[in-house]
Design a protein around this ligand. Structure first.
Ligand SMILES: Cc1ncc(COP(=O)(O)O)c(C=O)c1O
Length: 379
């Protein structure tokens, strides 16, 4: 057996689901802010695009996907970030962002090389560490605190020298912190200097509250990749659809790599994705809903003196555990009352996230209002 399977703890959401089940079994009504899987339905025009595209015979899909999808993605990137990509050479569809997070280290990690470290923010999306380790790399988690913005130029020279790949994540899961354009530029310059593949995970790029977050693509594509997803943008978690874009040489090599396991999203999913990337109105509507949910919770937290950090984007609110509690004890207290939130430490592999809690803004607005009343009794 691969020893990594036993060395790594269960994927955090699996453990959280177990605890949630125990409380539900006691008949407690649950308000679930734990899993980032919004309850709102996928827009009808996207579902219809999928249904229309299931052919009588469905052959193998291709790794590069249909030209129409890559053109729709290029159109989106142009509208959203003002960057023109070549659909033929700079875009590759993925089956969601998670598999791409897991598989991309396979592109650059030589398990016998000195520079085989993959660096990523801590707390962070758990697959950064797992992809690095399964590829035979060294996983280096960089603890974040304060504003939860990752500043790789502060890393020691000894770490930079053995790093081959680095993940940025903006807006950041779990904190919702956003990396500004000058910081993206500085990170890209640093990585070019040290021959590090920089990948920016921008799965939440369109879910923000005030200012649209920038993309790493805006500082130039040389030596970099970005990763996007329809999961949260268009309410398509179950479809498994995203894309990698950037440096054409890297994209060409990725296409070769990904043909080995056959990582090729289904054509009917690609048809739904083409519809989704071609439309921005439904995303504006989703933003409005998340903004309302955040405003409701923000008012409550201000009222009861709970500190909110980051939370500029993504679908999360990131709060500090109140006086007398840590993240674990406060999450346990709320869980007893039926409010399921994630203790920050489950997103950390090197101590990151302790003392904070993440709320995924997934329950409906009226459920959140009810949850607030239950929560108020615990303050
Ligand atoms: C930062 C980040 N990257 C990637 C993903 C994976 O997204 P997808 O559903 O497209 O696999 C998530 C999902 O929660 C995430 O939070």
């Amino acid at each position: 057996m691969n020893p990594l399977l036993d060395q790594l703890a269960d994927y955090p959401m699996v453990e959280l689901a177990r605890r949630r089940r125990d409380v539900a079994a006691r008949g407690v009504r649950l308000f679930d802010f734990s899993v980032g899987d919004p309850h709102d339905p996928t827009p009808e025009f996207i579902r219809e695009a999928l249904c229309r595209s299931v052919p009588p015979r469905c052959g193998y899909p291709t790794v590069r996907g249909e030209r129409a999808l890559r053109e729709a993605i290029a159109g989106y990137v142009d509208r959203r970030f003002g960057v023109q990509l070549d659909p033929a050479t700079q875009i590759l569809p993925t089956s969601g962002a998670k598999e791409a997070v897991f598989h991309t280290p396979l592109l650059v990690i030589d398990r016998d090389a000195e520079d085989r470290a993959v660096v990523f923010p801590d707390p962070g999306y758990p697959a950064y560490q797992r992809g690095a380790l399964f590829a035979g790399g060294e996983a280096i988690a960089v603890p974040l605190d304060g504003d939860f913005v990752f500043r790789p130029w502060e890393l020691p020279e000894s770490v930079l020298r053995r790093t081959r790949m680095m993940w940025l994540n903006t807006p950041h899961n779990p904190s919702g912190a956003v990396t500004r354009l000058p910081d993206l530029e500085r990170a890209a310059d640093l990585c070019r200097r040290y021959d590090i593949l920089l990948v920016s995970d921008e799965a939440y790029a369109d879910l923000y509250h005030d200012t649209p977050p920038p993309s790493l693509l805006q500082v130039g594509v040389e030596g970099v990749l970005v990763l996007h997803s329809l999961s949260k943008r268009s309410g398509m978690t179950g479809y498994r659809s995203g894309f990698l874009a950037g440096d054409p040489d890297l994209i060409a090599r990725l296409a070769r790599l990904r043909s080995n396991p056959g990582l090729a999203p289904q054509s009917f999913v690609n048809a739904a994705a083409t519809a989704a990337w071609s439309d921005d109105a439904h995303v504006a509507e989703r933003r409005r809903i998340f903004r309302e949910k955040r405003a409701l919770l923000r008012r409550f937290f201000d009222e009861v003196g709970i500190e909110v950090h980051g939370s500029e984007g993504a679908i999360y609110m990131w709060i500090h555990a109140p006086e007398g509690h840590d993240d674990e004890s406060y999450a346990a207290l709320l869980l007893e009352a039926g409010i399921v939130v994630s203790p920050g430490r489950i997103f950390g592999v090197a101590g990151g996230g302790r003392g904070y809690l993440r709320l995924a803004l997934v329950p409906e607005l009226d459920e959140i209002a009810e949850a607030i009343e239950v929560w108020r009794c615990q303050v």
